[in-house]
Design a protein around this ligand. Structure first.
Ligand SMILES: NC(=O)c1ccc[n+]([C@@H]2O[C@H](COP(=O)([O-])OP(=O)(O)OC[C@H]3O[C@@H](n4cnc5c(N)ncnc54)[C@H](OP(=O)(O)O)[C@@H]3O)[C@@H](O)[C@H]2O)c1
Length: 302
C-alpha cells in the first residue's frame, strides 16, 4: 500500500513516517516544506501544480494530510495566511486524492468543539471558539466535499519526540518549570488529554489497513486521544515529579486564563467508535512524557 504523508517533517508527521516506514507492507512518501530532510520531498502544498505532479507520479492508495498551521495565536494574528494552508491547500489535496482514487485521512482537532459539553462524540455538534478551530472545521468539510473516500481524525494536544522543547504545547511547560525566578500561575482549569504522536500514528496505520478489508468502517469522523484527563498544572507537576524537579514556585490557577486567543475549556473526546473497530493505542502520560523529555533534562538540568 502506498502512503503519502503531508507535514512529514512536523511533530506528528515524523511519527507517521517512522510508523509506516517500519512496516514493509507500506511504501511511504513524506512531504515537507521548510525542513525537507532525508527522503522527504519538498513542496509547498499551496502550489496545486506541484502537489498534482508529485501525487500523480507516486499514485498513493492513501493520503494522510497532517500539514497545517496549528498554532492558534499565529492563526489569530494572520487569518488569511493560515487559511491558505488549513483550507485552500486542503482543497487541493482532497481534490487530487479523489482524482487518483486515494483514501484521505484529514488530521483535525478537538478545537472544533466549544468545550462546554464534554465528552464529545464524533457526531456531536461542533462550535469552534477561535479561528484555528473554524479553519480546521472548514478543512473537515472540504475533505468530505471533495473526496468521498475520506476520514477525519480529530486529535487533542500532542507531544512526542521533539526537535525543540517549544515544539509541543506539553513539552514547552518545562520552560515554566525550570524558571524559578517568579511565582507562576499555571492553568488548572482547562481539561486536556495529552496524546503521544506515536499513538496517533498507530491509529492511522490501523485505519489504512482496515480500509483494504472494510472500507465503510473507516469512513467519516473519528476521535482519538490519550486516557489521562489533565490540566496544564497537573501535567507540569507530573513532569516535575518524574524528574525530581522543584515546583514550589508554581500555583494552580483555577480560573480559565484570558489569553490573546479564546480556547475551549474541556474538549475531552469519546474514542469508542475506533475502540469498537479494534483500533487504537494508548501511552500513559507518565510513561510517554518521561521518555520524551529525558534527553532534554539529562542534557540541560542534571
Ligand atoms: N500539535 C498539536 O498539539 C495538535 C493538536 C491538535 C491537532 N493537531 C493537528 O495535527 C496535525 C499535525 O500537527 P503537528 O503538531 O505535527 O504540526 P507541526 O509540527 O506544526 O508541523 C506542521 C507541518 O506542516 C508542514 N507545512 C506547513 N506549511 C506548509 C506548506 N505551505 N507546504 C507544505 N507543508 C507545510 C510543515 O512543514 P515544514 O516544517 O517542513 O515547513 C510541517 O511538516 C495538524 O493538522 C494539526 O492541526 C495538532
Amino acid at each position: 500500500m502506498k502512503i503519502l504523508i503531508t507535514g512529514a517533517s512536523g511533530l506528528l508527521g515524523r511519527a507517521l513516517m517512522s510508523e509506516f516506514e517500519g512496516d514493509t507492507s507500506f511504501d511511504v512518501l513524506g512531504l515537507a516544506f521548510s525542513r525537507p530532510k532525508g527522503t522527504l520531498r519538498k513542496v509547498d502544498i499551496r502550489d496545486e501544480d506541484g502537489v498534482r505532479k508529485i501525487m500523480q507520479e507516486f499514485q498513493p492508495d492513501a493520503v494522510i494530510h497532517a500539514a497545517a498551521q496549528r498554532r492558534p495565536d499565529i492563526v489569530e494574528r494572520d487569518e488569511e495566511a493560515a487559511r491558505t494552508i488549513n483550507c485552500s491547500a486542503t482543497e487541493i489535496i482532497a481534490t487530487i486524492s479523489a482524482e487518483i482514487g486515494a483514501f484521505l485521512i484529514f488530521i483535525s482537532t478537538t478545537y472544533v468543539f466549544d468545550g462546554t459539553n464534554p465528552t464529545y462524540k464524533p457526531s456531536d455538534r461542533t462550535n469552534p471558539v477561535n479561528i484555528y478551530g473554524r479553519q480546521k472545521l472548514e478543512g473537515e468539510k472540504i475533505s468530505q466535499t471533495h473526496n468521498p473516500n475520506y476520514a477525519v481524525l480529530r486529535v487533542p494536544i500532542l507531544y512526542g519526540q521533539i526537535e525543540t522543547i517549544e515544539e509541543s504545547a506539553v513539552t514547552t511547560l518545562l520552560n515554566t518549570l525550570v524558571n524559578q525566578d517568579n511565582v507562576d500561575l499555571v492553568d488548572d482549569c482547562c481539561i486536556r488529554c495529552p496524546t503521544h504522536v506515536d499513538d496517533i500514528a498507530v491509529v492511522c496505520r490501523q485505519m489504512c489497513e482496515r480500509r483494504t478489508t472494510d472500507p465503510e468502517s473507516v469512513s467519516g469522523v473519528f476521535h482519538w486521544c490519550g486516557a489521562d484527563f489533565m490540566t496544564k498544572y497537573t501535567m507540569i507537576v507530573t513532569i516535575a515529579n518524574a524528574f525530581n524537579l522543584p515546583h514550589g514556585h508554581l500555583r494552580a490557577n483555577p480560573v480559565q486564563p484570558a489569553g490573546e486567543t479564546p480556547r475551549p475549556k474541556d474538549c475531552s473526546m469519546d474514542r469508542s467508535k475506533l475502540v469498537s473497530l479494534g483500533i487504537g493505542q494508548t501511552t500513559p502520560f507518565t510513561e510517554g512524557i518521561q521518555k520524551v523529555m529525558k534527553p532534554f533534562i539529562s542534557k540541560n538540568y542534571s
